[in-house]
Design a protein around this ligand. Structure first.
Ligand code: ADP
Length: 211
């Protein structure tokens, strides 16, 4: 089964992916993580993507789609798509790429969340430099300040988690990604992601997935 997690930045897609990968043997395909990896390895793709990510804008579809196409050569099932697709063009390309691999998207989980909650979540977020797990300065503190519980990696604030960049990212979500709710209407399952802990969200998702 392949699942897309659809939701605004800060709605909990990344944390939910962590749970689904650890407990249910899915593999996460996070385009944001792949871009960040390319940026730290200073690849041509990373240098190109950084121009857009730094300002909170979406990376062009052609760049993003070919990165995903390469990834899908290694694996195309039991995937959690986190942060992809984000545009109509990406959604249509993904359909074609998966079809060519005799695969498909089975379910789309839409994480519904109140806009006011998002800003607090994103400005307080910290991620592990090594494993990319996310923490929060108030709501999901690590056991030891600044250190990842899982692998001892340093926790950092993402450069695009600054208030002015968050605003641009939310705008990009509303104009370009939210219309995908309609695109996926036959596969979409809405889950209330408001005021709930990562564990609760995971339990809600498991329930709607019927597992
Ligand atoms: P968030 O969901 O919190 O915005 P991500 O790690 O998914 O975090 O994305 C961070 C940034 O990476 C985005 O703002 C965008 O610049 C880039 N990015 C990630 N996924 C895509 C995508 N599918 N298409 C275009 N740009 C993307």
């Amino acid at each position: 089964m392949n699942i897309i997690l659809l939701g605004a930045p800060g709605s909990g897609k990344g944390t939910l992916s962590e749970f689904l990968c650890e407990k249910d043997n899915f593999t996460q395909l996070s385009t944001g993580d792949l871009f960040r990896e390319n940026i730290s390895n200073k690849t041509d793709l990373g240098i190109e993507a950084q121009k857009y990510m730094n300002d909170g804008n979406l990376v062009p579809d052609s760049v993003t789609n070919s990165m995903v196409e390469n990834y899908l050569k290694t694996r195309s099932s039991e995937l959690i798509f986190d942060g992809y697709p984000r545009t109509d063009d990406q959604a249509k390309s993904l359909d074609i790429m998966l079809k060519n691999l005799n695969n498909q998207i089975d379910k789309v989980i839409y994480l519904e969340i109140n806009q006011d909650v998002l800003l607090g979540r994103l400005t307080g977020r910290m991620i592990c430099k090594i494993c990319k797990r996310s923490y929060h300065k108030i709501n999901r503190k690590p056991l030891k300040e600044g250190i990842c519980d899982f692998d001892g990696g340093q926790l950092i604030t993402r450069p695009d988690d600054q208030e002015n960049k968050i605003k641009t990212r939310l705008e990009a979500y509303h104009t370009q990604t939210a219309p995908l709710i309609e695109f996926y209407k036959s596969k979409i399952i809405k889950v209330d992601a408001d005021k709930c802990s990562p564990e609760e969200l995971y339990n809600r998702v498991k329930k709607v997935l019927g597992s």
